[in-house]
Design a protein around this ligand. Structure first.
Ligand code: NAD
Ligand code: MG
Length: 385
């Protein structure tokens, strides 16, 4: 029996993770459920999975959770909140696996410390590597831990990389759906609405990543994530738009052979892969239907209409804290777009201007990363006016 802490249990990845656990109750038990503010769903999850510890974003929510559990007649698990609670859940000695599925840098410290405690990490929270790839990968090397990627492209790449040796690989190719505006002319992007941007063609995900998919910032983050996870320079990580999202990643070997990973657009597959790795097991996901005729398309990304993808390559090439600033500025800009304060192209403008204004330096600790994150957010907010 493996024991699991789930950081971000009420989110899209969190609920899919619990569905995988639901199908494998004899293999996995839940030690801690960590969430933000969705208390009603958390109460349901506590009822079903009986964790020893439940963590929410702040003290007020923690009191409210206790009241709700009491009213529901449920026995109280240990309750905690905030950064200290997230950390306690991630590093408890009882825990074998940490599924890192909080959105944004709120999950960074807990994930980093879990790596240092040699936990098995299922990594969905890509902002951990975007903001702090250098430090987190150094901690992995030092602890001798491997993070198993849950992000579908990286999970696909992880599978493709098992086909040969790292020094035989010449290129990593990440696919992108192209998002809802793949065919929208540049001149019309200023008019797109929040509802249109939230309408992702192939995946159902949290709001931040859905908007990031529409701008292709998400693909930029994934290029950065891939560089750190698999030790590639940005020039060897290519992006191809593949609207059907059936192929998730490809790896080109030195003899010209390309290995691709194909599966349905269902995150329970990569989540389960991370939980059972290196073994595979039957998963509750749809199969590819090869009896129906289908067409797969591929096209290069349009960097003029989606400048955030180019900015991500530039930030990873620059190194230091540029990618931390990229993530922080994007989070502020996405919030402003969702609140109707800026237009869709305004997201890229705020990110570019923030990157120009915040000095690049090399963070030596996670605290420094979080300091740079705060300073970058502040600058992005000031630029919003
Ligand atoms: P989501 O918004 O649906 O869920 C986020 C989770 O984090 C929620 O449980 C929320 O309560 C929790 N959370 C947020 N702030 C918190 C805080 N301060 N303290 C504790 N918990 C907090 O997001 P998601 O779509 O599940 O994505 C989670 C992560 O996985 C993101 O980094 C995203 O980029 C990545 N990811 C998601 C998908 C997907 O299919 N959804 C695919 C690949 C990667
Ligand atoms: Mg992805």
């Amino acid at each position: 029996m493996k024991t699991l802490t789930l950081l971000g249990s009420t989110g899209s990845i969190g609920t899919s993770t619990l569905d995988v656990v639901r199908h494998r109750r004899d293999e996995f038990s839940v030690y801690a459920l960590v969430a933000g503010s969705n208390l009603d769903l958390l109460v349901d999850q506590i009822r079903e999975f009986s964790p020893a510890l439940a963590v929410v974003a702040d003290a007020k929510l923690c009191d409210e959770l206790a009241r709700k559990l009491h009213a529901a007649g449920l026995p109280l698990p240990e309750l905690a909140h905030g950064a200290a609670g997230r950390l306690a859940a991630a590093i408890a000695p009882e825990v074998d696996i940490v599924m890192s599925a909080i959105v944004g840098v709120a999950g960074l410290e807990a994930t980093y410390e879990a790596v240092r405690r040699r936990k098995i990490i299922g990594l969905a929270n890509k902002e951990v590597l975007v903001a702090s790839g250098q430090l987190v990968m150094a901690a992995c090397r030092e602890a001798g831990t491997e993070m198993i990627p849950v992000d579908s492209e990286h999970n696909g790449a992880h599978q493709c990389l098992r086909a040969g040796r790292r020094d035989e690989v010449t290129k990593l190719i990440l696919t992108a759906s192209g998002g809802p505006f793949r065919r929208t002319p540049a001149a019309e992007l200023a008019q797109v609405t929040v509802a249109q941007a939230l309408n992702h063609p192939t995946w159902k995900m949290g709001q931040r990543i859905t908007i990031d998919s529409a701008t292709m910032m998400n693909k930029g983050f994934e290029v950065i994530e891939a560089c750190w996870l698999f030790d590639f320079p940005p020039a060897e990580v290519e992006v191809v738009v593949h609207p059907q999202s059936s192929i998730h990643a490809m790896v080109e070997y030195n003899d010209g052979s390309v290995i691709a990973q194909v599966s349905a657009t269902d995150m329970r597959m990569p989540i389960q892969y991370a939980l059972t790795y290196p073994a595979r097991a039957s998963a509750p996901v749809p199969r590819m239907d090869w009896k129906t005729a289908r067409t797969w398309e591929f096209e290069p990304p349009d960097l003029d209409r989606f400048p955030l993808l180019a900015l991500a390559y530039a930030a990873q090439t620059a190194g230091g804290s540029a990618t931390c600033t990229l993530n922080a500025a994007d989070e502020v800009a996405v919030e402003a777009f969702l609140a109707g304060r800026i237009s869709f192209p305004g997201i890229a403008r705020i990110v570019r201007e923030t990157l120009e204004k915040v000095p690049n330096r090399t963070p030596r600790s996670v605290e420094e990363v979080l300091e740079i994150d705060r300073a970058s957010r502040q600058m992005a907010r000031a630029l919003l006016g």
